[in-house]
Write a protein that binds this ligand. Sequence first.
Ligand SMILES: [Zn+2]
Length: 312
Amino acid sequence: MGTARLRQLPLATSVLDRADYLRGDDGAVGRYWRDDNARVLALCGETAEIDRTVAEVRLVLARPALSDSGELPSNVFFLGLHEGVPYFGLAQEQPTEGDDGGEFRTLREVGSELTALDAELFVTTQSLTNWHRTHPRCSRCGEPTEVVRSGWVRRCPGDSSEHYPRTDPAVIMLITDPLDRALLGRRDVWPSHWFSTLAGFVEPGESAESAVVREVAEEAGVVVDPATVVCLGSQPWPFPSSIMLGFRGGAATGDDPVTDDEEIVEARWFTRDELAEQCRSGAIAVPPHLSISRHLIEDWFGSTLPGSWSRR
Ligand SMILES: [Zn+2]
């Protein structure tokens, strides 16, 4: 069974020097903010402006708009350094009115087409923005908190507690049976031809490997042998705040799945021939290339598959 790590997973490559040691140094970060080379990714709602006139899709990065003080505004995050360029993320509420007709796209829409650097800028800015928007107050005393450490911490002025951006671990797994068939399922909220690997959140007090076994049992009634569970890679997934931990695992038998009928309403074992034929005919569709699920499925399948999710 192919258990080499997944390669070329979108959103999963780090090229920035995140320079954590600079985040608490307002003087140094302020100098980078005023640097002629500095570049800013402005997130407008959940979209960023892209440029398709170059060979690959690129994000449109702006020069910082300096305030009178020249200090870093509280809605700007210091993302890091790359090849002498300081990079920042900026959270804006609404798309800027496009007088130049710029093209604005979400991370879901363009994430798999971006360079590693652009993808890291987008996914990091999106993650931080989602957290700041939903965590404006202290979880201990309810006071509004203030942004410190260049956007990476919020501090409570009332009790001095510090609050860090959260990322919630979720497991996503391609399970095979003794015939090397793959288990795919469909959630109740999806169109009837969408199928994917099973997934679920890691619970407090649980290892990721145990979460794989538990979720597959809950959602499909399939018993996974814990000794076969192997992590093949991980991917930040800021919709709104997850990190997806991708696994392979084996079930001892290929008995028919029994779904929970809550989250998962249909689950089936697929041979490679069945999956290829049904993807080709459009009878089923597997997730888009951005998602680690697609990569787990194609890693098992052995090559690329036709088609992808789209509403129809
Ligand atoms: Zn507080």
